[in-house]
Design a protein around this ligand. Structure first.
Ligand code: ATP
Ligand code: ATP
Length: 614
């Protein structure tokens, strides 16, 4: 039979129920699922719902390595895997894990890419060919001899993906493979996956919280909640039809589907409209409308972003970086006379391509790096003589990888750790730790070992530990990795409130949507230099410059820019809410619509609860 016509399932999960050791709650409950060869499947669901656990059943990491109690069967091309070993499945099921560091074993990039094929016993020439091909595919050409420990987060992620591609598996599972990548890198990796899927018919299972970039290219979307698969179908249909259910789970629709739905596309047709079609609909709507624009409607949203607290006269900036020069140990230049000033109470997004120098720059503020020349001042004081321990009283630094800052044996101890180091009384420590855990929705895991949490939960734990310390300056290095949109917003809404109380926030992110929504100022780095710096709306109105730094403005900003080019009178817009408010003000037929259930949910969520901690 022609294998391309074979419609029998490649993977079949039958009644899978699984509990981790010592855990009463089932991580998977009665999961039944079939996947066909060549399918490209998106697996979504709130943090902790069981996505990673489910995919780990496919190569027997669950339960062979994880232990616990497992029932049901996993069949691969009809073969029952119950008695298979993890290593014997490596050729069939490749897996790119959430944290690339857990799967990089060698000293250099090229050695790491060769590691898998070498273990398969392939001839040297074949290995060389594969490594060369993969280096190009994952965009690491030129870095082949770089040491793994010197790579930026995004470069490590590319290496981890490349290592799997070099094995040419039949099924490739990718657990948030783009979480640390810049928008250009995300696009490249997704193109690569599309190509693998189309050309080699590799079955792909992609776990992603960032739905914007992926929903258009996958064939099928599965949504999990509490260990069960609760939705299964075409992505655009699920995202539009089930928007209410998804929002309740904390899964926010991509900006594209939200706008398309608002403009009525889904009720007319269930296929995804093109960007140009959205633009055309908006143009027609706005040209037809004769209602005057009410600028106050547009300003409403912006005014929700708290303005920085007024600076008393003659107070020094909170952060002042003067003429900073820094070289890495290998002599490569990171910064040459870099200058940056941040006022107290600013909410600044630090953006830039992978390897631009964001983490290295931010690391200088807490003493992980020391300038070769130049000065760094916090509140006017030169920090060159301060230790990292001293600086951590003023500066809360959330690492890109939460596992880098988790080192105790229980969730509660973890949050207490930093507070104890500050020498606080026990009663106060307990109170602050409890409220930090409550704020991050982790109270239920109080006594659990941190490494028995999902990645998103570990990220929230790291955030709780930092927030409990009430630092004046918060540096959040990619805090959204592994989080669902619901948790991200709750967390950033709280950070915004802290910012409103005068805390300075530096958010390092590759997520333009979040930068647009939360930051008042955007600084873009490119190859170790400050490339753009200005108010958020202004920076996101410079698509050419952003493009040169490998970034793309968020969708509402792009639509507004393109509408202006078409001669439509429209202000700068940053968020979907901005766009909706503008349209409602301008087009009475849209504003006449009663709020849908979904909009009510959004409004309820937006109204926010009180910050319990401070
Ligand atoms: N080693 C472990 N021991 C006990 N419970 C665990 C362990 N690992 C994960 N869990 C729990 O199992 C549930 C499912 O975790 P899993 O990592 O599969 O979630 P996820 O959907 O992949 O989450 P995320 O999006 O945050 O990565 C979570 O509630 C988590 O706390
Ligand atoms: N110890 C080191 N030796 C040599 N080069 C290094 C070292 N540490 C970092 N680099 C390089 O410096 C550059 C900047 O790294 P940095 O981690 O600051 O980038 P980034 O903008 O935070 O990137 P990402 O978005 O990928 O996290 C990268 O190209 C990285 O490979």
């Amino acid at each position: 039979m022609d294998p391309s016509k074979d419609t029998s399932p490649q993977v079949r999960l039958e009644k899978i129920t699984y509990n981790y050791p010592y855990s009463d709650a089932a991580a998977l409950s009665d999961v039944n699922l079939e996947l066909k060869k060549g399918e490209f499947v998106l697996l979504a669901g709130p943090s902790g719902c069981g996505k990673s656990t489910l995919v780990r059943c496919l190569n027997r990491l669950v339960p062979e390595v994880s232990g616990g109690s497992f029932s049901g069967r996993v069949l691969l091309r009809g073969k029952d895997l119950t008695h298979e070993k993890v290593h014997s499945l490596a050729l069939e099921v490749g897996m790119v894990f959430q944290n690339p560091e857990t799967q990089l074993f060698s000293l250099t990039v090229a050695e790491d890419l060769a590691f898998g094929p070498e273990n398969l016993g392939l001839p040297g020439e074949e290995i060389r060919i594969r490594v060369k091909k993969v280096l190009k595919e994952v965009g690491l050409k030129g870095l082949e001899d770089h040491f793994i420990f010197t790579l930026s987060g995004g470069e490590k992620q590319r290496t981890a993906i490349g290592g799997n591609l070099a094995m040419q598996p039949e099924i490739l599972v990718l657990d948030e493979p783009t979480s640390d990548l810049d928008p250009a890198g995300t696009g490249e990796v997704l193109e690569l996956l599309k190509h693998l899927n189309a050309e080699n018919r590799t079955t792909l299972i992609l776990i992603e919280h960032k739905l914007d970039a992926v929903f258009e290219m996958v064939d099928r979307m599965l949504v999990m909640d509490e260990g069960r698969v609760i939705l299964d179908g075409k992505p655009f249909e699920i995202l539009c039809r089930e928007e209410e259910k998804l929002r309740k789970l904390g899964i926010h629709p991509p900006q594209f589907t939200e706008i398309a739905r608002f403009l009525g596309f889904f009720s007319e047709n269930s296929s995804i409209p093109a960007y140009e079609t959205l633009l055309k609909r908006l143009t027609e709507l706005l040209q037809a409308s004769e209602v005057e624009i009410h600028p106050e409607d547009l300003e409403k949203r912006e005014s929700e972003i708290p303005a920085p607290a007024p600076q008393p006269r003659n107070t020094p900036p909170h952060v002042l970086i003067e003429q900073l020069c820094y070289r890495h140990e290998d002599g490569s230049e990171a910064f040459e006379k870099l200058n940056l000033e941040i006022k107290r109470g600013e909410f600044l997004a630090l953006l830039g391509h992978n390897g631009a120098g964001k983490t290295t720059l931010a690391g200088h503020l807490i003493g992980f790096y020391r300038p070769a020349s130049g000065r760094i001042l916090l509140d006017g004081k030169d920090i060159s003589g301060y230790s990292t321990a001293r600086l951590s009283k003023q500066v809360g630094y959330l690492f890109q990888n939460p596992d880098s800052q988790i080192f105790t044996n229980s969730v509660f101890e973890e949050v207490c750790f930093g507070l104890e180091n500050l020498g606080m009384p026990e009663e106060k420590i307990k109170k602050l730790a409890d409220s930090a855990l409550e704020m991050m929705e982790l109270s239920a895991y109080r006594n659990r070992h941190p490494h028995a949490l999902s990645r998103g939960q570990r990220q929230r734990l790291a955030v709780a530990s930092i927030l409990a310390l009430e630092p004046d300056l918060l540096i959040l290095d990619e805090p959204t990795t592994g989080q669902d949109r619901g948790h991200i917003r709750k967390f950033l809404d709280k950070i915004r409130k802290l910012n409103g109380l005068g805390k300075t926030v530096i958010l390092i992110t590759h997520d333009m949507e979040l930068a647009a929504e939360y930051a008042e100022r955007v600084v873009v780095m490119k190859q170790g230099k400050i490339f753009l710096d200005g108010p958020t709306a202004e920076v996101f109105s410079s698509p050419e410059e952003l493009g040169a730094a490998g970034l793309l403005p968020p969708l509402p900003a792009r639509l507004a820019l393109d509408l202006r080019k078409l001669g439509i009178d429209i202000p700068r817009l940053l968020t979907v809410s901005d766009l909706k408010s503008f349209l409602k003000a301008r087009c009475p037929e849209l504003s006449a619509c009663r709020p849908t259930e979904i909009e009510k949910i959004v409004e309820e969520n937006d109204s926010g609860e009180e910050v319990s901690l401070f």
